[in-house]
Design a protein around this ligand. Structure first.
Ligand code: DAK
Length: 260
């Protein structure tokens, strides 16, 4: 995979994707969104990749938002197309069967906050700052921020962040459940890699169904979601990993998972 604005390293089952537009604090233009979309579609079928880590280049920003210079002259129809592309990226991250960890290494604003929200887990450095400052620019969040933020941190806090455009620091993001964990910046990628390795050590068949159950189930009412969980739970019993995982427990030895 060769991309203009993404750096991708694959090792030990983990793909580290670095958004690399440092001059614009990694802001998302159409090219970058298109590349992210392609990368996540490719990862879904790449047997060398079990977990994806998404981060930004440099020490200052994860992603400082959608590219304001690129957006400023857009017509309404072009803006709608741009927003749809952003939604497709967030959708492909959620639909990717493999876990996606955001390693938020600085500003995660506007589209950057939305990109982090689209990931499954958010590890953040102490200098990270989150916000949906779109109202300062005369627009509203366009890549799902009004919806995913409210679902993650609740309606009242999401209202406050989106209506004021205020930024919050890493400690506050952790307090309100936007960040899973806060670490020193120099430890961020190692922490993300260690988390990826821990997940890779589990049965990948179960990991994928678990992601699917949480991701899709949250959009259903509780009864339907629980029925959906039961179906996926049953499916686990069609796998080698279920037989092996339970047999290994009974034999008091480590399981040898194959992902099947
Ligand atoms: N887009 C383009 N360039 C950006 C950028 C961005 N979002 N953020 C920063 N840059 C550029 C700056 O213009 C500057 O470029 P040069 O002047 O050096 O050429 C360079 O990155 C360094 O930035 P600063 O000089 O400003 O650095 P500071 O440390 O002083 O400030 C900052 C850092 C992150 C606080 C500041 O750069 C900032 O406030 N940036 C903008 C943050 C922001 O407002 N983000 C939200 C963007 S709006 C929609 C679709 C999508 C969206 C909405 C609607 N539809 C189609 C409906 C999404 C919108 C957004 O994400």
């Amino acid at each position: 995979m060769n991309f203009e604005n993404l750096l991708i390293e694959i090792a030990d089952g983990t793909a580290v994707v670095t958004i690399n537009r440092p001059k614009a604090l990694n802001a998302l233009n159409e090219q970058t969104l298109g590349e992210l979309q392609q990368a996540f579609v490719d990862f879904a079928d790449n047997a060398d990749v079990q977990v994806i880590i998404l981060t930004g280049s440099g020490k200052k920003a994860f992603v400082a938002g959608a590219d304001i210079a690129a957006m400023q002259p857009l017509t309404a129809l072009q803006a709608r197309k741009f927003a749809k592309l952003g939604h497709q990226v967030m959708h492909s991250i959620g639909a990717c069967p493999k876990p996606v960890i955001a390693a938020v290494n600085g500003f995660a604003l506007g589209g950057g906050c939305e990109l982090a929200l689209g990931c499954d887990i958010r590890l953040v450095s102490e200098n990270a700052r989150f916000g949906q400052p779109e109202v300062n620019l005369g627009v509203i969040p366009g890549f799902g921020g009004t919806q995913r933020l409210a679902r993650l941190i609740g309606k009242g806090l999401a209202m406050e962040l989106v209506l004021t455009g205020d930024l919050i620091d890493a400690a506050e993001a952790y307090r309100i459940g936007l960040a899973n964990k806060v670490v020193a910046q120099e430890d961020l990628l190692d922490t993300a890699r260690a988390l990826a390795a821990k997940i890779i050590g589990k049965g990948q068949y179960a990991v994928r169904l678990a992601k699917e159950a949480i991701h899709n189930g949250l959009e259903m009412d509780l009864d339907r979601a629980n029925r959906y969980e039961s179906e996926l739970f049953g499916l686990c019993f069609a796998s080698h990993d279920q037989k092996e995982g339970m047999q290994a427990f009974l034999e008091k030895r480590p399981a040898e998972f194959t992902g099947n």
